[in-house]
Design a protein around this ligand. Structure first.
Ligand code: NAP
Length: 257
């Protein structure tokens, strides 16, 4: 029970990494506030938490919409009194070299992946500051560090989230609030499965091309990232502040030849 009695909000936890993390955190004793834009998927995650004997609550909110994020945070504070951990996980992909990306598509990726970290943090932080206690985990990606073909908008946002994490840590350290970032490599989630389907004719070619980027023979799974998130959410990582944590099968720092 590494998260006993903690109240944890995970944005975008109806699917993929967020969902897997929500289930793990609940098994570790947390009360998990599941948030997603997709109500059916969020409720599905909550059902699985309950079926597993865990505690949780679903709140439908769009992380790009200030009013709905503020209402979500108010609702949690009213019901539980505080938020111990905020995991800013919700995000969308953006494919294309810069000149191929249409302005509206560019804007949407920026909105969800950056504003979607800014808004939940903005409304949760005053409560953490008041308690002089808090922990924020921001979802970046190893593309914040490496160049990856045809990911201009996506890598711009994930680089921004990494820089923001470091600045947030400096600003809120005095309030006993930690802020760290997760940098996964390619993880098999609906987000990636969808991209593979739309970008390649042959799934085997797609998997081979992903494997070429990393040192591990295995592809990353949502559970691999959930375990890293568990470490950051728990007090075991109390000396980690403003740091990137890589879960990428060697994609960032390794080279085979
Ligand atoms: P996923 O399976 O698509 O899950 C993301 C969830 O976020 C979806 O349920 C999505 O709902 C929700 N969401 C999207 N926009 C939202 C909004 N405005 N408000 C609230 N919820 C919203 O994706 P994933 O692969 O687990 O990715 C989770 C995070 O990890 C993202 O930030 C992603 O960039 C990051 N990441 C993923 C990988 C990877 O390889 N999978 C690697 C590095 C980083 P809808 O389905 O309705 O859009």
């Amino acid at each position: 029970m590494r998260l006993a009695n903690k109240v944890i909000l995970i944005t975008g936890s109806g699917s993929g990494i967020g969902r897997s993390t929500a289930l793990l955190f609940a098994r570790e004793g947390a009360t998990v506030i599941v948030n997603d834009l997709d109500e059916a998927k969020g409720i599905e995650t909550l059902k699985d938490i309950h079926a597993d004997g865990g505690k949780g609550h679903f709140i439908h909110a769009d992380v790009t919409h200030a009013e709905s994020v503020e209402q979500m945070v108010d609702q949690i504070i009213e019901q539980y009194g505080h938020i111990d951990v905020l995991f800013n996980n919700a995000g969308i992909s953006g494919v294309g070299a810069l000149h191929e990306v249409e302005p509206d598509a560019w804007e949407r990726v920026i909105q969800v992946n950056i504003r979607g970290v800014y808004l939940p943090s903005k409304y949760v932080l005053p409560h953490m500051m008041k308690r002089k206690s808090g922990n924020i985990i921001n979802m970046s990606s190893c593309v914040a560090e490496i160049g990856l073909a045809r990911r201009a908008s996506y890598s711009a946002t994930k680089g921004a989230v990494l820089a923001l994490t470091k600045s947030m840590q400096v600003d809120y350290a005095a309030y006993n609030i930690r802020v760290n970032a997760l940098l996964p490599g390619t993880i098999l989630t609906p987000f990636v499965e969808n991209y593979l389907k739309t970008s390649y004719d042959n799934p085997a070619t797609a998997i081979a091309s992903i494997k070429k980027r990393q040192l591990s023979e295995e592809l990353g799974l949502p559970e691999d990232v959930a375990q890293a998130a568990l470490f950051l959410a728990s007090d075991e990582s109390k000396f980690m502040m403003g740091s990137p944590l890589y879960i990428d099968g060697g994609a960032t720092f390794g080279k085979n030849a």
